[in-house]
Design a protein around this ligand. Structure first.
Ligand SMILES: Cc1ncc(COP(=O)(O)O)c(C=O)c1O
Length: 450
């Protein structure tokens, strides 16, 4: 029985939570803001792709903390580094230099430059970053990038009033994009469910249909200071850009003098089997600014904005700042994680395991449920399963048979496991998902007949 590899003594159903754990959940809920609806379990530790709760239950983790724990849980090298650095120096503020922020910035820039130089054709330029600004999260990385772009736009408008008589402050973002919850990042996130309670938002954000080349040509205009997009959308439902779309965006940015920001917070750092998501596209689709976060330190909070020298030259001391960003603990772990993920063998493992996962899902799951599974799509280990029905109830059913998954966009289940996932773990996951889907279909049929 497939569930045996995920099951433990205590049955996995939410209702089997122990009285002790339930009491702790009630206490937790008494004191913490209810911004999330959480299942009745408390996770206590993990190893590789597996998570355990305080009742000794075991789950195969296909969320990885929403595309964060790229090296899995309980990685011994990460644990040693955290412990060693914590005993030496955790935080200094940005009033002083620290060794690890410099070393991580160097690794991000030099590795990206090498990869870009290796892939560009004659006469092409790829993304040649020159500077990094460290943050604590993806939202803060995007917020920083948007501020840098606003400053760029204001300087351009001041320097060329005849070319930009209406100013240059608009930011073009796209349908299904997700960029974070702060006021700037939220203003770029075109989802009414996230935006509506917080109106009025920051002015100047324009939303365009993703992958619509004609709309790009119309909406990116002289007033535009920046365009922000995910080369592969995560939260919006695992959709990848078309090369024609990215090329049109780049071309239009060059025509109107706008900066192109790639939000690679979810699709970057190996998730798609390339170091950067945009490296799945022609070299001409290069950004001016790239934002990253989630997996960079395997769960230790960190984010970063990587930009060309031309953008960096516009930012002066005092323009932007952070207390925690770039601290030695997060940066030392970040350097280690980045160096491991950037290895060609690691990236090709992501690619082949992702393909194996997609093939197995198609062969064993999609073919069995053709009426409810519409499409399996994705790149590397960023995989979406689109349904013809709302798959939200499947998340609970799947957890109760031993696998953690999440939804994304509309009617899509997102699979973003640790990048260290093995083919054997794929087989286990697909078996457990098969059990969950049978139960899901049975519940749908019961609803129909009831
Ligand atoms: C593409 C993208 N951008 C930004 C964010 C926000 O990042 P954070 O939650 O670290 O602030 C997310 C988070 O899911 C994301 O997927």
């Amino acid at each position: 029985m497939a569930t045996s590899s995920a099951s433990t003594d205590r049955p996995l159903a939410d209702t089997n939570v122990s009285a002790e754990s339930q009491a702790r959940i009630d206490w937790f809920q008494k004191y913490t803001l209810g911004t999330y609806i959480r299942p009745a379990l408390i996770l206590s530790h993990g190893k590789g792709c597996w998570l355990y709760d305080t009742d000794g239950r075991k789950f195969l983790d296909f969320n990885a903390g929403i595309a964060v724990n790229a090296l899995g849980h309980g990685d011994s090298q990460v644990a040693e580094l955290v412990s060693d650095q914590a005993s030496k120096l955790i935080h200094t503020s940005n009033l002083y230099h620290n060794e690890w922020a410099g070393r991580l910035a160097e690794a991000l820039i030099e590795t990206t430059k090498q990869l870009e130089e290796a892939r560009v054709g004659p006469g092409e330029t790829g993304f040649i970053p020159g500077k990094v600004f460290f943050t604590n999260s993806g939202t803060e990385a995007n917020e920083g990038a948007l501020k840098f772009a606003k400053k760029y736009g204001n300087l351009q408008a001041q320097a060329q009033p005849n070319r930009y008589p209406n100013g240059k402050y608009e930011v073009v973002a796209f349908s299904r994009g997700f960029h974070g919850r702060s006021m700037g990042a939220l203003s770029a996130t075109a989802a009414p469910k996230y935006q509506k309670p917080f109106f009025p938002l920051v002015p100047g954000f324009v939303h365009c249909e993703y992958n619509d080349v004609e709309a790009v040509r119309r909406l990116i205009r002289d007033e535009t200071c920046a365009v922000i997009l995910e080369p592969v959308q995560g939260e919006g439902g695992v959709f990848q850009a078309t090369p024609e779309f990215l090329q049109a965006v780049r071309e239009r940015c060059d025509q109107v003098g706008a900066l192109l920001i790639y939000d690679e917070i979810q699709c970057g750092i190996g998730r798609t089997g390339k170091l950067w998501g945009f490296q799945n596209f022609p070299a001409s689709c290069r950004p001016d600014i790239l934002c990253m976060a989630k997996p960079l330190a395997n769960g230790v909070p960190i984010g970063a904005v990587m930009m060309t020298d031309a953008v960096a030259a516009l930012i002066n001391a005092g323009d932007h700042g952070t207390t925690f960003g770039g601290n030695p603990l997060a940066c030392r772990v970040g350097l280690h994680v980045f160096q491991r993920i950037a290895q060609p063998a690691f990236l090709s493992h992501v690619l082949t395991t992702g393909q194996y996962l997609q093939d197995a899902l198609r062969a064993k799951v999609a073919t069995k449920h053709p009426t409810i599974i519409k499409e399996i799509r994705g790149l590397g280990l960023m995989v979406g399963m689109e349904f013809t029905v709302d798959p939200a109830p499947l998340v609970k059913i799947a957890r109760e048979v031993g696998i953690l998954i999440i939804t994304a966009g509309s009617n899509t289940v997102r699979l973003v496991p640790p990048l260290t996932l093995s083919n054997a773990e794929v087989d286990t996951a697909v078996d457990i998902l098969g059990v969950a889907l049978d139960q899901f279909v049975a519940s749908l049929n019961a609803c129909k007949s009831g």
